[in-house]
Design a protein around this ligand. Structure first.
Ligand code: HEC
Length: 148
């Protein structure tokens, strides 16, 4: 196999192992948070600016929370994040280029997960095992900051 062909096979394998169960739904959520200008939302506690990340989400991250999460953070004694919570994370390279957008939205039936490339094309969506498994150690699945 030529190196080019080996690379192509790897790329195909990787594309098929991604769990993109709900691309239409993923487009809908992204359009919704972009229309709401999520980069103008409050920043997550501890993420007041772009910070380096060791998570598998890019070299640097910025994390934004919607008003539901913001209100929840101002309360106390919560054991879970309220329905309607949305958290959006931009992942950027060291030179500031947007590499991915990851988000989670709390719905009646639990968290909805989606991740996109820098152009906004969905790579993962739905009830994604790989997201859930790693986020299970967080407070109601949120890793960056604790439940109040
Ligand atoms: C191997 C572990 C791991 C996997 C897999 C993972 N994440 Fe994360 N994620 C983290 C960590 C750690 C943080 C917080 C720190 C950071 O971002 O640097 C985080 C933060 C986030 C945040 C900000 C809110 C929060 O929970 O802190 C979102 C949104 C997010 N991830 C979405 C996703 C989505 C969507 C997937 C699946 C496509 C995913 N993550 C897969 C480890 C993971």
């Amino acid at each position: 196999m030529t190196p080019a062909r080996a690379l192509l096979c790897l790329a195909l394998l990787c594309a098929s192992c991604r769990q993109n169960d709900d691309p239409t739904g993923a487009d809908e959520v992204l359009a919704r948070v972009q229309a709401d200008d999520y980069r103008s939302w409050a920043r997550a506690p501890g993420y007041e600016a772009r910070v380096p990340s060791s998570a598998p989400h890019s070299d640097n991250v910025e994390i934004f929370v919607n008003d539901v999460v913001e209100a929840a953070l101002a309360s106390d004694g919560l054991s879970e994040w309220p329905v309607g919570s949305i958290i959006v994370k931009d992942g950027t390279s060291d030179d500031g280029e947007l590499e991915l957008i990851a988000l989670m939205e709390k719905r009646e039936d639990g968290w909805y997960w989606a991740e996109y490339d820098g152009s906004g094309a969905a790579l993962y969506s739905g009830d994604v095992d790989v997201c859930v498994d790693c986020h299970a150690s967080g407070g109601d699945f949120v890793r960056a900051f604790a439940l109040p």
